[in-house]
Design a protein around this ligand. Structure first.
Ligand code: URA
Length: 224
């Protein structure tokens, strides 16, 4: 008769870690096979699920894959100007171990995703914001990513992502201010594209924006 396999206690945390990876893997195959939004199915090159460190304490949420970046690479915030800018911020505080231009960044303590997993385009092929029905159709995937990763802090980039997490009452004046919710805190930030374009009336520039990434890194290292 086969002897029962003895599992040492030391193996248990490793098993839990693999399980998060497996859950994300299963979710990603659901995302790949999603055909809910007629227009997005036509405009996308591919679906773009979240990626990063499965043990992440921080989840970064953007709007949707860009046509010159994530839509081509399949990896959120890569290749285009917004992506390289964000990865540069993360790289400078040690949360991205790859070069900012990498199309497959190695993230430490961070998981990155978007509220919508497909690239939305205008008839002239330029990027457009996702519509409310598209955001609603995709909602289940982000909700599941949050459930699986269980972040302590969610960093939202731009208004649509912030409204998704904090509700439609969110006022742009509260960008940069951490809000504590029951299960996690939220740090709403300006979208990298907004900073690249000059940062509006408050002139949010790279130097000022970087301070928030130092804050994010501090939060991660406190939790370790
Ligand atoms: N790339 C993404 O993946 N998301 C954005 O919001 C912008 C660029």
């Amino acid at each position: 008769m086969e002897r029962a396999r003895v599992i040492s206690l030391a193996q248990i945390p490793a098993a839990a870690y693999v399980s998060k990876e497996k859950q994300i893997f299963k979710l990603n195959s659901q995302i790949t096979n999603c055909f809910l939004c007629e227009e997005l199915v036509k405009s996308r090159t591919q679906t773009v699920p979240g990626y990063g460190d499965f043990k992440a304490k921080v989840l970064i949420v953007g709007e949707a894959p860009g046509r010159f970046g994530a839509d081509i690479t399949g990896v959120p915030f890569t290749k285009d100007r917004s992506g390289i800018f964000l990865q540069k911020m993360l790289n400078k505080v040690g949360l991205n171990l790859s070069a900012p231009e990498s199309e497959n960044p190695s993230l430490k303590g961070v998981f990155i995703t978007n509220i919508v997993k497909c690239n939305p385009r205008n008839p002239d092929d330029t990027n457009r914001s996702p519509t409310n029905p598209e955001i609603k159709n995709c909602m289940e995937y982000l909700t599941k990513e949050i459930e699986i990763i269980k972040p302590k802090l969610i960093v939202t980039l731009g208004l649509p992502a912030t409204k998704f997490v904090l509700g439609n009452d969110f006022n742009g004046k509260n960008f940069g201010k951490i809000k504590k919710l029951q299960k996690f805190s939220v740090l709403p930030l300006w979208h990298p594209a907004f900073v690249i374009r000059g940062g509006g009336a408050q002139r949010m520039n790279e130097k000022k924006y970087f301070k928030y990434f130092k804050k994010i890194e501090k939060i991660i290292s406190k939790q370790e």
